[in-house]
Write a protein that binds this ligand. Structure first.
Ligand code: DAH
Length: 339
């Protein structure tokens, strides 16, 4: 029996030495110390020993059991520590690694230039107004001196919601809304989306942007209009930009003009960019028609004003040499990233 105990002790120790994981360790514990384990099996045979033999054997058996128990416990500890060590080293964070750069968004080129234009007019004492995109026919046309049978309606390819409601074809209706509710002096710009039933191509889109301007006060003249717009163009395109006012017709202004900027690509000689003209048209303007003032309850004998309307897409296309309007609306990041 003594040899059997020694045997068990040696087997247990060598099993523990070669044990490498916690599951295996538990199997070893059960194998030697469990109820059906080897040591228990030996202890059951104690009854067969003589009274003299029993104490010495009992003591030896206890020693072997305690040794195996404490070896299992310390092995468990060291396996746990090893596992923790392995986990820590495999999960280590290298704080010196370069991080992943988050991609930052940026303003759309239309927004960039729109903001710039707003800044220029804010700097001249204008404030920013807005109006609805779904608009009454009255504000989009009638009040602007464009009655139902007026030929100017044909050029505007209007989306009608019903007989009296349209998608606004211009930002000019904001003029009417502002004049109806405001006592002059008035000095506003009204940027926003406008809609026309045009087929999409390089220079047409059913949705585009305009910036409307309106100044109404006592004694406002054509000279104020010219001065204001000249300052605007020079701030937008640079001090050496050359501006020309060309007579035109709009139903809501009298007299009316279009403003051209000398082509920056050819300096007025005529090239592909300006289609051989030497000049590039950028906006329409004029002195507010007395009938329009009257429609808004403003006395044209007391007040006068000027107005202008600028197409944003054209200005941005010229600024960045973009030759296809569709690029603005496709939102291809390869295009947008360039600004
Ligand atoms: N609303 C005009 C258009 O869409 C642009 C315009 C011309 C606006 C002259 C004005 C103006 O305020 O005075 O073609």
């Amino acid at each position: 029996m003594k040899t059997a105990l020694e045997q068990i002790k040696l087997q247990a120790i060598s099993a523990l030495e070669s044990c490498h994981d916690i599951k295996e360790l538990d199997d070893i514990r059960v194998k030697f110390l469990g109820k059906k384990g080897e040591l228990t099996g030996i202890l059951k045979m104690m009854g067969k020993l003589t009274a003299e033999e029993r104490p010495a054997m009992g003591q030896l058996a206890n020693e072997v059991r305690e040794l195996i128990e404490s070896s299992v416990a310390s092995k468990l500890q060291s396996l746990k520590a090893e596992a923790m060590e392995a986990k820590l080293s495999s999960e280590r964070i290298d704080v010196t690694m370069p991080g992943t750069k988050p991609t930052l968004g940026k303003p759309h080129p239309l927004t960039m230039v729109m903001d710039e234009i707003k800044e220029i007019f804010l700097g001249m004492g204008f404030s920013v107004e807005s109006g609805p995109e779904v608009e009454l026919d009255y504000y989009n046309f009638e009040a602007l001196n464009i009655p139902k049978d007026h030929p100017a309606r044909d050029t505007q390819d209007t989306f009608y919601i019903n007989e009296n409601i349209v998608l606004r074809t211009q930002t000019s209706p904001v003029q009417i809304r502002v004049m109806e509710k405001t006592e002059p002096p008035i000095r506003i710009i009204a940027p926003g989306r406008v809609y026309r039933s045009d087929a999409v191509d390089a220079t047409h889109s059913p949705l585009f942007h305009q910036i409307e301007g309106l100044v109404v006060d006592k004694g406002v003249t054509m000279a104020d209009l010219k001065g204001t717009l000249e300052i605007f163009v020079k701030q937008l395109y640079g001090e050496d930009a050359v501006v020309r006012f060309r007579p035109h017709h709009f139903p809501f202004t009298e007299p009316s003009a279009e403003v051209d900027v000398m082509c920056f690509s050819c300096g007025g000689k005529g090239c592909r960019l300006c289609k051989g003209e030497g000049w590039i048209e950028i906006l329409g303007c004029g002195m507010v028609h007395p009938k329009v003032l009257q429609n808004c309850g403003i006395d044209p004998e007391v007040y006068s004003g000027f107005a202008f309307g600028l197409g944003l897409e054209r200005v941005v296309m010229r600024r960045f040499n973009i030759d296809d309007l569709r690029l603005f609306f496709e939102n291809d990041l390869r295009f947008l990233d360039q600004f």
